[in-house]
Design a protein around this ligand. Structure first.
Ligand code: ZN
Length: 270
């Protein structure tokens, strides 16, 4: 397989403290060519930036406040996030979104944090990395409304993808409605579970221009107690290829090109 990207991997997580550089080197050796490292709060966003600084052309940092952490963010945190978002080394705003499964922050607080970060992304002209768990309708309407407003102020046809639905868990209709507006849909290892009917249908039916591959490491690994790693992206690409009845190389090539469009970078070599 040619080089493959991992569009969502939390390499700054403490689970990698003991061997982070070895994991990064192992990913390179296995053929991973680019990894996006999203934050989940302020310290992890700053850590993503610092880590990416040490690995130019391999790691891309994103900054954002995850819905689980929305209630913790005070005005000082928001001020720091605004500075970080405007930093040219930050590639995207994420991860942000809604999680009505665990509700670790109250739903109203999540909605407010999500809307605030969508506004911030528009101000700085960067794409969003979106977490959606049991919040499909709310996420879809927020993103479509935000995208329509962004187009009024200068986006539109030919513009870069406005964002990514990370670890997609919705159905094929939701995926298609967002892909139609230019959003990318990223799949993680759960797409290989038979029970993941909606994501599997989405992965099979989306246009190639909408597909991304990710691990969400250290989460969503192959074994419940085993730490996930970026190399799992290869298994995800193979599974999507199987669902679409194409070669894994086709999926790797599409995911690389799609990530390059998202980040506004040159084609990613692999
Ligand atoms: Zn994540």
């Amino acid at each position: 397989m040619p080089g493959l990207i991992d569009s969502h991997c939390h390499l700054q997580h403490p689970a990698f403290d003991a061997d982070r550089e070895a994991v990064i080197e192992g990913a390179r050796q296995a053929g991973i060519v680019r990894i996006v490292v999203p934050g989940w709060d302020l310290p992890s966003s700053e850590a993503a930036l610092e880590l990416a600084e040490g690995h130019p052309d391999f790691l891309e940092a994103a900054a954002g406040i995850h819905p689980h952490h929305a209630a913790e963010a005070d005005e000082a945190a928001w001020a720091r996030l605004e500075l970080l978002a405007a930093d040219r080394r930050i590639a995207a705003i994420g991860e942000i979104g809604l999680d009505f499964f665990r509700n670790l922050s109250p739903p109203d607080v999540q909605r407010e944090a999500f809307a605030r970060q969508l506004d911030l992304a528009r101000q700085v002209g960067k794409p969003v990395l979106v977490h959606d768990r049991d919040a499909h309708d709310a996420v879809t309407s927020a993103l479509l409304g935000w995208d329509a407003a962004s187009r009024d102020v200068g986006g539109g046809v030919g513009a870069a993808p406005p964002g990514v639905l990370h670890c997609f868990s919705g159905d094929a209709v939701m995926a298609a409605s967002l892909a139609e507006r230019g959003f990318l849909v990223s799949f993680a290892l759960p797409v290989s579970f038979r029970s993941a009917v909606g994501p599997r249908a989405a992965a099979a039916g989306l246009p190639e221009e909408a597909i991304l591959v990710e691990t969400d490491a250290p989460w969503l690994g192959p074994g419940s107690e085993r730490r996930n790693e970026p190399t799992t992206a290869l298994r995800v690409a193979v599974e999507i290829a199987r669902l679409r009845e194409v070669a894994p190389e086709t999926i790797a090539g599409a995911a690389n090109a799609n990530l390059a469009r998202l980040l506004g970078t040159e084609a990613i070599r692999g």
